[in-house]
Design a protein around this ligand. Structure first.
Ligand code: ZN
Length: 510
């Protein structure tokens, strides 16, 4: 048995993670400066020939960077995703669940509200067609204040061809996990805190070169007024609180969503003693993590021989990993000494590291399926590269393996995507529409009836019905005489060298 030993430790992983964040930040700053330059150039051309589409794209990527450019933390809780490829628009909504009844219910209500609103909006504008497409993307990040107090920031992006600009919203929620409660400002502060926060905010804009000429308006006066509604969007951080103002709350739309950060130390006269006690006593999870002892793991290369003369199939799974469904799929593959390719979402990596390690340990392959499942053909190049690089880095950072293949979200590609991406773009040749039928039997039958040598089969490892289908599908394909291989193995066996920016949908020439 061919065995490769791969040594690594959690300590090393943490050190690496920190290093990565640092380099990630440097890389981001470089990208940003290049981008700013390009943005200036582009602005010029927009003025010359105004294109709403270009404006929208620039706006998207600019706003995406407001809060955390280099990393979006999801290490607390489990990530849940709703992904729809339906005729009523493209939806990818990601949200955390903490296994806390009240908090999880409220989060689901919030997400369902956005989805319902989006679908109603589409309905009122007529069903989509080729020139009329709609997309909703919701992603989130978590700020960990203490082990029990966190803030979740939801980044909501809605695009459609009837809107001149995409709708970009930031909605924040703060939670006390140990008591399963929402945190409102009034829970953590008392006295004249609103007046104090309002004064600090006003002063912040007053001394800012960007904003100072725009504060003499009734909109500003109304939006900055010390009312609870004006200050309900806030993020609790380790040492400070960040207030986010809605677009148009204080200024015109081109200012986006301005924010003001206030250190807790400045608010000490207003913060309730209970919060300070919590902040003072509790240790930050990152420090606890760093104390975990070294734990070397072995990654064996599975004992499989690929015979290029025997017909072969590459099963592929998108949108995961997902504990409930990816693990049973891996169990089935293992039982039959078979492998597959998992095109993962970068935002699901950090809380599913064990699954990713298992995929590699058992000889399967990890591919890149973007960070938060945005439609890549609609993004600016900056935002597009961010979607890809965040996933490359997340996988590399957490398991020391770098994906070599990209599966474009929604199967959408264009010349720009092909020219921007250095990786081969892997589509498929058999699509059982598992997301639509959610029926194990229908999925299995479709594949068995349509599959032939060299096919790449598309499935999604976030549905129970798909995991169920795989259970019967794998032994049947083997009985039919197929070897199950990864996408890379398929092309390698055919002697085909995959090229960056090229489209592949099957491993056979016919
Ligand atoms: Zn997908």
């Amino acid at each position: 048995m061919n065995k490769r030993t791969y040594r690594k430790t959690r300590m090393a992983r943490n050190r690496k993670a920190r290093r990565f964040r640092f380099y990630g930040l440097i890389a981001f700053l470089i990208t940003l400066s290049i981008f700013s330059f390009r943005f200036l150039e582009k602005n010029k051309s927009i003025n010359e020939a105004a294109s709403l589409e270009d404006l929208s794209k620039e706006e998207i990527s600019e706003i995406e960077h407001i809060i955390t450019p280099s990393e979006r933390n999801k290490e607390i809780g489990d990530i849940q995703s709703i992904i729809e490829y339906g005729t009523k628009g493209l939806i990818a909504a990601h949200y955390p669940i903490f296994h806390k009844t009240n908090i999880d219910l409220k989060t689901q209500e919030l997400i369902n509200g956005y989805i319902e609103e989006f679908k109603n909006e589409i309905e009122s504008h007529g069903l989509p067609n080729k020139s009329n497409q709609y997309e909703l993307n919701i992603d989130y990040e978590i700020n960990i204040v203490t082990n029990n107090i966190i803030s979740v920031t939801f980044n909501v992006l809605e695009t459609s061809s009837y809107m001149a600009h995409p709708i970009v919203e930031i909605e924040t929620k703060s939670y006390d996990l140990s008591n399963d409660l929402d945190i409102e400002l009034s829970n953590i502060m008392d006295g004249e805190y609103l007046k104090f926060i309002s004064d600090i905010s006003e002063n912040h804009f007053n001394v800012s070169d960007t904003y100072k000429d725009n504060i003499d308006s009734s909109i500003f006066r109304e939006g900055i007024y010390p009312s609870i509604e004006n200050y309900s969007n806030f993020i609790l951080k380790e040492d400070s609180i960040v207030f986010i103002f809605d677009k148009y709350q204080l200024f015109s739309g081109n200012f986006g969503m301005p924010s003001v950060e206030i250190p807790y130390s400045d608010l000490k006269d207003y913060i309730k003693p209970s919060l300070f006690q919590v902040l003072a006593i509790e240790e930050y999870p990152s420090e606890v993590e760093a104390e975990i002892e070294e734990k070397p793991i072995d990654i064996p290369v599975p004992n499989r021989v690929i015979d290029p003369n025997i017909p072969m199939i590459a099963l592929s799974f998108d949108d995961g990993p997902n504990k409930k469904t990816t693990i049973p799929i891996l169990d089935t593959l293992k039982e039959y000494n078979s492998v597959a390719t998992f095109f993962v979402l970068g935002n699901r990596v950090s809380n599913n590291v064990d699954i990713l390690e298992r995929i590699i340990e058992e000889g399967s392959e990890i591919g890149n399926h973007s960070y938060s499942h945005k439609e890549l053909t609609k993004l600016s190049n900056d935002a597009l590269n961010e979607q890809i690089l965040l996933t490359q880095n997340a996988v590399k950072d957490h398991i020391g393996w770098e994906p070599k293949l990209l599966r474009p979200t929604y199967g959408s590609y264009n010349d720009n995507l092909k020219s921007q991406v250095q990786m081969p773009l892997i589509l498929w040749s058999v699509d059982p529409m598992d997301w639509k039928s959610r029926n194990a039997k229908a999925v299995t039958n479709h594949i068995l009836e349509n599959v032939k040598d060299g096919d790449i089969v598309l499935m999604h490892d976030i549905y129970d019905s798909t995991a169920e289908a795989v259970k019967s599908l794998v032994p049947k394909l083997i009985d039919m005489g197929y070897q199950l291989v990864t996408v890379s193995e398929l092309f390698e066996a055919r002697g085909e060298v995959l090229e960056g920016g090229q489209i592949y949908n099957k491993g056979s020439l016919d």
